[in-house]
Design a protein around this ligand. Structure first.
Ligand code: C2O
Ligand code: CU
Ligand code: CU
Length: 501
């Protein structure tokens, strides 16, 4: 398929003047800013990941069967692309469970490589976490079980094998995990109708339609893709049949930061972040998500109207080159919303949604500080055999995290949802006032987060904390902690490493 045919199909990212004057260096454009604003013909109906089937076992547990395997997925005309997926060729079904339920996942790895499956944002025992210490060999199975004990939220799941996370996620192993609670506020909730997952991933395709895994960008963040997919669909449109639609935005990209907004500039209601609903809806025109962050938004449409969800240049505090080389100047059309001529009524967004987090008071001094750089935390790279510290079971801690090397980073902590106490010297802005498990860390801005380690002491199995730019994580921007009864490291503070990274 030649470039013209692709252009006709609306699938070519057009380099802007900057790239063209850089001397027609062709493929190098991925390191240069691109804009697809107004240039995509939205010809493909948005795929919605199926809800995973589950059954109740004799013990009353909700049981899911997941099988990861290679497959082929059609991103665009021409050859199908070799991909990985769970229970299908690409991406993974949406899991759904309610607070108080016990979940059992029977996971089988039929990929050609050892992988893991991590429940991002979930509060659960470390042995069930699916981090790098729970490898699943090809042909093997792993059956984690835990009881859901946290507010309704949009979580997700993805592989976490040490050093290989970027590749496994990029090939397509990623899905949503929606948690419910009894008596939710009156928000749109019909899955795939007015409550729709929006899993955003950027990819590069070779001329032969293979996933291009080369790091084309010079910015040190790994793959920056020129094509943005939603739920695995390129150039997608979503038919809207109700006055209001709830979009569960998940940035499942390896490294891009998206500042989502609409082409029309319309305002929408931000109703939830990583770990649950906000106390009240926040009306805004933009919401920025770094890798792994989520946002739930409610968009109000008029009959017959169309609009485009767009990724605008993020506000990431980077210098010119770091910004340019990490895709930070790009403008990307992502998803078209097409409202039907008649729309079913939706209730207004309630004024009150949830209890806000109250873990610690704003001025609380930090118990620990973390300095992030490529590719270390506090000067040390990840070591599978080193547990960095222990926290006390049931205790509350305040951590201060600062990115110190001027390049893009964020910070994710396993097992907990945290409260953001401050960003620099300021109180958190409205979009950071709800539960979070991942937060963007702009250069040299200390961020204080507070969390409570309320369950599952285990002196041997660690939880991870890391930058979720997957290339950074893979290269060592990660550490591990254990939760112990006293908050002290066991005498031999070595993690039960299964393999010798
Ligand atoms: Cu999304 Cu350590 O993971
Ligand atoms: Cu995680
Ligand atoms: Cu980083």
């Amino acid at each position: 398929m030649n470039r013209r045919a692709l252009l006709k199909a609306g699938l070519v990212a057009v380099p802007t003047a900057a790239a063209v004057t850089a001397g027609g260096v062709g493929r190098w454009w991925a390191g240069i800013d691109i804009t697809t604003a107004g240039r995509i013909r939205f010809v493909n109906r948005l795929a919605v990941p199926p809800l995973a089937r589950s059954e109740r076992d004799a013990e009353g547990r909700r049981v899911f069967d997941l099988r990861a395997a290679p497959g082929r997925h059609r991103f665009r005309p021409g050859r199908p692309t070799p991909t990985w997926g769970i229970n299908g060729p690409h991406l993974a079904p949406t899991l759904r469970a309610a607070r108080g339920e016990t979940v059992l996942v029977r996971f089988r790895n039929d990929l050609p490589e050892t992988t893991t499956l991590h429940w991002h944002g979930m509060h659960l025992p470390a042995a069930m976490d699916g981090g790098p210490h729970q490898p699943v060999e090809p042909g093997a199975t792993w059956s984690p079980t835990w009881t859901v004990d946290q507010p309704a939220a949009t979580l997700w799941y993805h592989p976490h094998p040490h050093g290989r996370t970027a590749a496994h996620v990029y090939r397509g192993v990623a899905g949503m995990f929606i948690l419910d609670e009894p008596d939710p506020p009156a928000l749109p909730h019909r899955y795939g109708v007015d409550d729709v997952p929006v899993i955003v991933r950027d990819i590069n395709l070779t001329d032969g339609n293979r996933l291009d895994e080369r790091e084309r960008s010079q910015g040190g963040v790994g793959i920056v893709g020129e094509h943005v997919t939603v739920n695995g669909t390129l150039a997608p449109y979503l038919p809207v049949t109700t006055q209001r639609i709830r979009l569960r935005l998940l940035n499942a990209s390896a490294s891009r930061i998206y500042r989502f907004g609409f082409a029309s500039g319309r305002s929408f209601a931000l109703v939830g972040t990583d770990g649950g609903l906000l106390a009240a809806p926040h009306p805004t025109t933009r919401v920025q998500l770094s890798p792994a962050e989520r946002a739930e938004i409610v968009v109000t449409m008029r009959p017959g109207e169309q609009d485009v969800l767009r990724g605008l240049p993020p506000d990431a505090g980077l210098n010119f080159w770091d910004r340019r080389l990490t895709g930070g100047d790009d403008i990307l059309d992502i998803l078209q919303l097409r409202a039907a001529p008649r729309l079913d009524p939706s209730p207004p967004v309630p004024d009150r949604l949830a209890e806000p987090p109250r873990v610690a008071a704003p001025g609380t001094p930090p118990d620990r500080t973390f300095r992030l750089a490529k590719y270390t935390i506090n000067g040390r790279p990840m070591d599978m055999n080193r547990i960095d510290f222990a926290v006390a079971h049931g205790g509350t801690e305040v951590w201060e995290v600062t990115a110190i090397d001027g390049t893009p980073h964020n910070f994710h902590v396993h097992d907990v949802q945290f409260q953001v106490l401050s960003v620099g010297k300021k109180p958190p802005p409205p979009h950071l006032r709800g539960w979070k498990d991942t937060i963007h860390t702009p250069p040299n801005v200390p961020i204080r987060i507070a969390m409570r380690f309320r369950g599952h002491p285990d002196p041997t199995n660690p939880y991870m904390f890391h930058c979720h730019i997957l290339n950074h994580e893979d290269r060592g921007l990660m550490g591990q902690f254990v939760v112990t009864p006293e908050g002290r490291l066991p005498r031999s503070a070595a993690a039960p490493s299964h393999h010798g990274h």
